[in-house]
Design a protein around this ligand. Structure first.
Ligand code: C5P
Length: 229
């Protein structure tokens, strides 16, 4: 069984409010995209990579890809469509039991040890799983007018991080069924859950930040510097 990495990087980063999509913003001397791929390569040098990019993306530089075996796949309208395109692109090569790890391009701070731990947990699990971190803050639900409508018990709540890993066959079926039934899918696990399966929560470091807002870049630089120290 082989290991495939799918990196959705076709977002336009509207929330960043920057001129560049976030995968091309500079982070500690490289682009966010190059940093993320370097971390994945450190953990899985032999893996095969599918990189989902906007078909109109002219900033992409293949020199940022450290993998020997990789392909560019056109991104779709939403993240889930980008991942679906990647799975379709490797249909002729991937076996149903091959493991697919999907990792956001916007998470360059994931540690190699978390990546390896997730991969071995997924390989040992009939369903698959995701890196996740327990929620630390108290969670409020708004009432729609800018006031607190209630406090959600935070016990047992986790942040869903990436990578999220599943067998190729399970993930392909989950995404196809979710699309068919119109299930809203914001991560791979939610599509698998909609099949009635329970992915494993694999505890990961909270510094696996998703770069979303401009202030996150400085935070990511500080995290990378602290990881080296
Ligand atoms: O925008 P957000 O941070 O939720 O995007 C999560 C990931 O999905 C990013 O890595 C982004 O590049 C990717 N994405 C994609 N195709 C889209 C939208 C987002 O590959 N159409």
């Amino acid at each position: 069984e082989r290991l495939w990495l799918v990196v959705p990087a076709a977002g336009r980063g509207r929330r960043m409010g920057a001129a560049l999509p976030k995968q091309y913003l500079p982070l500690a001397g490289l682009t966010v995209l190059a940093r993320t791929l370097a971390r994945l390569h450190e953990a899985f040098p032999e893996a095969r990579l599918c990189l989902c990019l906007d078909p109109d993306d002219e900033r992409f530089d293949p020199a940022a890809v450290p993998f020997a075996d990789w392909r560019r796949v056109p991104g779709g309208a939403e993240r889930v469509d980008s991942v679906t395109n990647a799975l379709a692109a490797i249909a002729g090569e991937a076996g149903a039991d091959d493991t697919v790890l999907v990792h956001d391009v916007a998470r360059p701070c994931v540690r190699a040890e978390d990546l390896r731990r997730l991969a071995s947990a997924v390989a040992d699990d009939a369903v698959g799983g995701l890196l996740a971190a327990p929620v630390a803050d108290t969670m409020k639900r708004d009432d729609g007018t800018g006031r607190v409508g209630g406090t959600e018990p935070r016990d047992g709540l986790w942040h869903a991080l990436t990578p999220q890993g599943f067998g190729y066959g399970v993930l392909r079926r989950a995404l196809a069924e979710a699309a068919e039934r119109g299930v809203a899918v914001t991560d791979e696990a939610s599509a698998v859950e909609a099949l009635g399966l329970s992915p494993r929560l694999v505890s990961g470091r909270r510094d696996n930040l998703k770069i979303t807002h401009p202030e996150d870049l400085a935070l990511a630089e500080a995290i990378l510097a602290a990881q080296k120290a």
